[in-house]
Structure formats: structure tokens, C-alpha cells
Design a protein around this ligand. Sequence first.
Ligand SMILES: Cc1ncc(C[n+]2csc(CCOP(=O)(O)OP(=O)(O)O)c2C)c(N)n1
Length: 1002
Amino acid sequence: MPNGLDAKVNGSGTARKPGEAPAAGPLNGGGNGGSAGHGPAEPEAVLSGLALANLPFVEELYFQFLNDPASVDPSWRRYFQSLNGSGNGNGASALVPPAAFRRSIFAGGGVTIPSGAGIAGSRISVRLLSERVQRLVEAYRELGHLTANLDPLGLVRRKLPPIALEDFGLADEDLDLVFSSENVTGPDRTTLRDLVDLLRETYSRSIGVELAHLHDVELRSWLLSRMEATRNRLPLTRADRLQILNQVIGAEVLEQFLQNKFLGYKRFSLEGAESLIPLLERLVERAARSNVIELVIGMAHRGRLNVLANVLQKPASEIFAEFQDKFDPNDPGSSGDVKYHLGFSIDRTFGPTTTDPATHKVHVSLAFNPSHLEWVDTVVQGRVRAKQDRVGDTSRTRCLPVLIHGDAAFAGQGIVAESLNMSELDGYRVGGTVHIIVNNQVGFTTSPHNAKSTTYATDVARMLQIPIFHVNGEDPEALSQVVDLAVDFRQRFHRDAIIELWCYRKLGHNEGDEPSYTQPVMYRTIAAKPSIRMAYLAHDAANPAPGGAPSITVEETDAMAAAKRHALEAQLEIATKLPTAPRPSTFAGAWASIKGGADSLVPEVPTAATPAEIQEVTRAISSLPGDFTVHPKLKPVVVDGRAAMGAGDKPIDWGMGEALAFGTLLAEGHRVRLSGQDSRRGTFSHRHSVLVDYNDGHEYTPLAHVRDKQGTFEVRDSPLSEGSVLGFDWGYSLDMPEGLTIWEAQFGDFVNAAQVIIDQFLCSSEAKWHRVSGLVMLLPHGMEGQGPEHSNARLDRFLNLCVNDNMQVCNLTTPAQYFHALRRQVLRPYRKPLIIMSPKSLLRSPAATSPLSDFTSGSFRHIIPDTQAQGHKHGQRDPKQVKRVLLCTGKVYYDLVASREERGYDDVAIVRVEQLYPLRRDDLLEVLSVYAEGTPVVWVQEEPKNMGAWAYMNRELQGLLAGLFHWSCVSRPLSASPATGSTKRHALEQARLMADAFGKGT
Ligand SMILES: Cc1ncc(C[n+]2csc(CCOP(=O)(O)OP(=O)(O)O)c2C)c(N)n1
């Protein structure tokens, strides 16, 4: 059984029977103080050496001396006689024992031997005893959590017996020995009895803390001292207890009220875990008092309505109106979301207290959340990172992410590990997330032993140098203590902290589910269990508040509950009068000047740069500091080459086009963030945004030096994950409306590893939550003979998701188009995700370049007509003479042009659709209108017919072109796999594609 809860302490000491002699040690040398075979060293030599290392040897020698003074070397005999006054004193003054000796038996400092204990007779080394005690201390610190009382149901079988003295070679008769306890926080000396009490209370009461994985000495010591000094408990006054009870009752009454008024509706009740509310309340206040000004919470469905009402202070009337399902029929663009996914935010204020005279304000947000558990994690972290960047929170202590997880989801979803892995990375750190795992000991109907192979649901977090606190949800003082520890740890060490709240789920997964079908024993126990309120009352009675305050009575809590019910009734009346449920707020604050909605309602903006701006950026990227040595192979390309491009001496390639877009936006003060796997260099070695000195490896980022006051340029190599990083950058874009935020896939094919973020956030967040984003996704795409997973970013999937102008999807053919598209994304006050099928071979293709003039004039072109076929080059031909129009997008355009050139067909026009969605259908019709009616218009794509844009274009254009043009498609054949693995087969397919495109056969 992998579950460590069944583990057995293997104390490294062997149990000692009372009176038994210790294992014989070296009495004549062999220890550190002597040299084996040469008799013991002189006392001076031994005592002047390393004191602690020599102590065992000297002690053993001392016991030998006590038994038989003649058996030890005369020099040692003289020394020992001088210590206990029986010697002549010779040499004693010269031999002042080192500090460690002074704490040892020689001075009676560290261990007091009770009179008559017969130390010489038992021959137990004091040093050995101390070592055993130390091992006991370490056992509590490392294993105490396995014996802690965590489960309010008392059902979890913890097979580890209580940590026993015997396991460490100690016995009850040692309990009154006084030991040095310098390495335990508290008094320097203590009896073993008191020490064991302290350890038990600290490590095995209602808090189990995992420390064994911590090797960072500073943070480990900080934790030990905080916990041991307080015995891991925060004494609460009567007023504190009343406040906590009030919060628990608020949670309880809301659930009961919803149950009564909206019977049969799902609400994912918090009952059994009501402690979450006082936990969060304390956390928010503690954070506010520790300098936090923004706190973003991510959580799933369980207890969310309760958190909304009781922590976010969302008016209950709004929640009730959502139950009453008063949707707005005049809001066709919004499909909305279920009430337990909705977000909210509020300013919370905390006034002066006896220990803190200041008033603190903190803005608390609950992020909108899809049903997919855990996928909101990095979204929240990305949002917080953006907030920190916006307010200049460089220490990352002023904005705090808090993630609330279910136990099954935390253990099961891989994105949890991905997000933990990101927590210490420069490009993604947020100064620590506080995680709360609501461990209700079941996931839907699945029991923990079917849901995880680990001891705790939190075990994945042991990968980090962070504490993991497990706490019994029925002990308010323990709960308060772990909250304070977690927040303080995060603020001090800027790392994550984990709190696992042990509780239970009073009802089924939702309120209609019957939990006893699958967990009958657990649910019998739950049915017989008093509520959390009652547990807290019992705790109060059993642990009187300081100062002799009277216990809180049931009547007092009944009065609180009645007041809460009364208030909810009033809120229900308000809800009943509301015409519709209030819509989530949007476009306030930083978003005030920004729009979502229909593309056609937001005008285009100029995106060309001035020649001076181009020169400024060119100068920045082509003049490196004097002490910087660029790689010899790169100099002609990214330094000299780009200088020539910027001067208009060479056509501009893709990498330079991008650098100009970034540089001009930065110069205008916009922040640019690009993150992805190997994005700094660029997977295809085309970007080189961060240069590495050839001699000493130091780095230089040219675009960070465009002008004195410019936007921040941040390009990050991400960890090897798609889902978590895309989620993070998506979150970042939500809180950085004025910046350009880009996530780049290594190859577009891998984007499906982030499909949840695309489906659940990117394409639907505006419809569900009125939340818009301007995130750009760069997805390398193109059939280039590189096999199935290096060819296809699944354009078809994105196009399938497009509706109501929810996204923009482009497949661009020139660097200038890319330049204008990126600038438009920021300069136009319109935020929609922009999906770009980005190039691979085109990055270096001389054909796919743009003249400088395309950057200093013009703007983004949705559709690029074929001016060649319309007569500019091929003999002033009348477009009406064109016999065939090829409509295409992306790289295949260049294949078609080359093929046309090769075949000498000058009666074929090739029209490019650069932005596929939203598609400018009227513009396209206008472009096509120059051709004679009845001309074949052929959609040509390099992807298999069941992929690429064909299905979408057919949907869009079939009706539009009907009766005007013959509409058809040329593509690779239908295929399960996006591309062949054979280069030869690829070439053959490509030749066929070209032949079919021109309608001439191979
Ligand atoms: C990714 C994902 N898979 C499956 C589900 C369906 N589902 C909803 S809640 C739930 C159980 C979650 O258990 P736990 O994490 O322990 O939270 P609890 O509901 O017990 O609070 C499941 C499987 C989901 N929402 N998301």
C-alpha cells in the first residue's frame, strides 16, 4: 500500500531496557580524541580540538575512570581528578573546557543527573542520551504530521503509532532528566517530559506540518521557531471566537437558506467545510495587514457561492436573482455562465486593532472560472503578475494569488504540478501563491484510495521548498495559526505555501446526489456528526479563552443565526423585484477606453510607423555595447543584416518585421511580453531577441534600449508546458490591456496540449463572463515535410470556435502584414484574442519579405488581391481574361506563385485571405468582382481536406458566391493524421496539390 499514512516510525535508536549498558565504544582511542593503537592522546590535545567531535570519547573515558580510575591513562586520570575536586589540581587551570564541554556532564550544565540515578552504574552516556533526544525531536518534526489529529470524521486509519520514547532508546524513567534544549525553540534547558509535550503539541495536535523535504536552512529554521515558540497554536480571545463562529454561522445559514428556498437547484454546498470562510477571512485580513493591496482568488464550484457572499460580500440578492434565472433576452451576445462559476470583486477595509493602529484596504477579486478543475490556477497567477507589473510591485509582495482546490483535483490534474513548477521561474513568478486544499475526503463519488497514490492530496507540492500545513477544520486556533504562518511565510520568502483543510462534505457531490450509495460508512458518520458550529462551541468549552472569559453559549450562536436568516430574507425580497440578474461588470478602470463586441463597430487605426521611428528601432537593434561580443555567425544576420533592412538597403524579413513592431510599440510606451518555449532565440533561430555574449555569456536585449522612457520588453523562455503557460499569459493579458501579450507555441501542433485554455477561456470568456483579452497566439504552421506533429496548428479547430467576433484568426504572408497586425492589436482600442498561423520556412524565404515602404505606409490588409494577374506584370491583361481564381491563405500562396511562374500560367489569379476570421466577406466579394462571372474560384489549401480552413470557408462563402462563381476546393486528401512522415511522399502530395490547383493534372 503506497499510502504513507500506514507507515511505521523506524526510530534510529535501538530501544534500551532500563539498566541495560550501552553498546561498548572505544575506550582507548579509536574515537576522535585518540589514535587507535597508540593509546589515548593527551587531554590538552583532545580538548583543544573540535569540542563536539571529541565529546563522546572523553565521556566514555570518564565513565571508565569512574569505574576504575587506574584503568585510564595517568594524564586523563589527573584531569578527571582535577574536575571533581579529588585531584591535586595540576593542569586543571590550563584546561578550561570548550563551550560544549561546559554544557556536558563535566560542568553539570546541560544534563542534570538526578542523585542516585546511578549514571556510572547504568553506564549510559549523556552524549548518547542527548543524541537520542535529538533524534526524537527530529522525528516529531519530520513525522509528527503522520500522527496528528487531522480528520474530523476520525475515519482515516493512520497506521503510524504515536511516536514513542522506546523507539528512540529512551524510557519513561528518563522523562525527568533535564536536557539542553538549545536547538528547540523555548527554554535552553528542559525536562524530557516538557520537551515531549512541546513536540506533541507543536507537531501532532491539530496541525500536521511537512518539513522533511525542506533543505533550505533559513526557511526551515524560521518555520521551526515560529511553530515551536507558539506550540503551533494561536490563542483566541472570546471576541475572536465569536467572530469566527459568526463567520461559520454565516456560511451554514446561507447554505440552509438556499436549500429551503431553491430546493433541487445545484449549489455545491460548503457544508462540512464551513471553516473555509473563517480561514479565508483571516487570510484576507492578514494579507491586508501585511501590505497586500490586491488579492486574486481562484476556486472551483465547491462553496463558491458561499465565498462570493461571505468573503467577496457579493449581495445575496444578486445570487438569489441568478437562482431565479432572470436572464436578459436583450443580450444575445452573452451566453452567460452558471452562478457558481461567476467572478466578483470588492474593496475590503480592515480598521485598527490593538496590535495594528492602521487601516488597510485590499481589493479582492474572485476570478471567473470554468468547470474544468484547476485550469484557472495559472490564469490567476498570470493576472497577479500583470497587476504586480502595472503597479511596480517589484518585490511581488503587494499582490497575492490565492488558489482554492479540491483534494481530488489537486492530486489528479497535471496542471497543478505545472503551475508549481512555474512558481520560481523569473518569467512567471508571482512572489508565492497561497494554496488552500479543501480536503473533504471524496471527489464526486471517488474515494481517496482511487484518486491518488500519495499519502496526502498535496504531495505534489513537496517538489518545492515550501511548507505544507495540514489542519483539522474543527480546531479554530489551529486554523488561525496556519493562516498566519502561510501568509507570513509567503510575504517573507516570496514562495508558495500550502494549507490542506481537513473537513468533510455533508451532502452529495451536488445536492441531488445520494452519497451513501458509494460511501455508506462515511455518510453514516457524517449524519451522526454535530455541525461545524457545534464543534467550535465544544472546542470553546474544552479550551477556555484566556482571561477566564465565559464559554460561548448555544443561545448566543442561535441569535447570530437568526439575524443572518433575517438579513437573507430581506435580500430575497430585493432579488424578487429585480428585472434581470445583474450583469458582470466590465470595461472599468484600466479597461475604460477599450471595447469588445462587434469588430465592425470599432474603426481601424493607422498602424504605419514614421521613418524616424523605424530608424530609432533599427539603431537600437543594430548597435551593441562596446563590451559585447556577438556570436560571429549572428553578426551578419541580426546586426549588420537588420541595419541594412532598416536603412532600406535590403527587403525586410520576418524577424526584422517583428522587431520593428515590438520596437515601435515599446517606443510608444507599450509593454511587450512574449513567452513560449525557446522564444528568446526563436525555435527557428529567427528572432534572437536576447543576445548572448560570445566570450562570457552575459546577455543583452537590444529592444530594451530603444529610448530612455519606453515600455518594458519582456521575452521569456517558458517551461516545457503549453497549458499552464498559455493559461498564465492569458491571465496576464486580462490585466494588461494596454500592452502586447504574446504566447508562442514551439510548433503549432502542440497547442492542443493547451486546448482547455482555448476552449474554456480564450474563445468563450467574453460570451460567458464579459471578459475580453488581446492575447496573441503565434502558432507555427505549414506543411513542409516535417511529419505529423510539426506541420499543423489545427487552423480548422480555431475556425470552428469562431462566432460573434470572439477571436481573430490570421494566416499572414508578409512581414509587413505581421507588423501591422501586431501594432493594430495594441493601437486599436479593441481587445480580442489574435490567433496567428505563423511561418517556418517563410522566415528565411526571400519571397516572403516586404519593402521598407510597407512599414512606413499602409495598414493591415484583410485580403490581398492579385495585382499581377490583373495586368500589372503580365501584359496589361484584363482581369476578365482570368480563367481561374485561386483563393488561399498563408504559405501555400508562395507555392502557388512559384508553380504559376514555373508553368507560365498568366491567366490564373491568386488571392490571399490574410484574416480568416472575422472574414471581410464584402471586401472579398469586391476583390472577386473584377473577374468574369462563372470563373472558377478554387479554395486551395495544403492541409488535408478535413483540416485547414476549407470547411469554414465553404460555410462562409458557398452562399455568397453561389450563382456568381464556380466554387470548389483543392487540398490534400482526407486524412486522420495531419501530415505524412515521408519526405518523398510529401513532395509527391505537394506536386499533386499544385497540379490540381491549376486544374491541369500532374
Ligand atoms: C477537469 C475536470 N474533470 C472532471 C470534472 C468533473 N468534476 C466536477 S467536481 C469533481 C470532483 C472534484 O473533487 P474534489 O477536487 O475533491 O473537489 P470536491 O468536489 O470534493 O470539493 C469532478 C470529477 C471537472 N469539473 N473538471
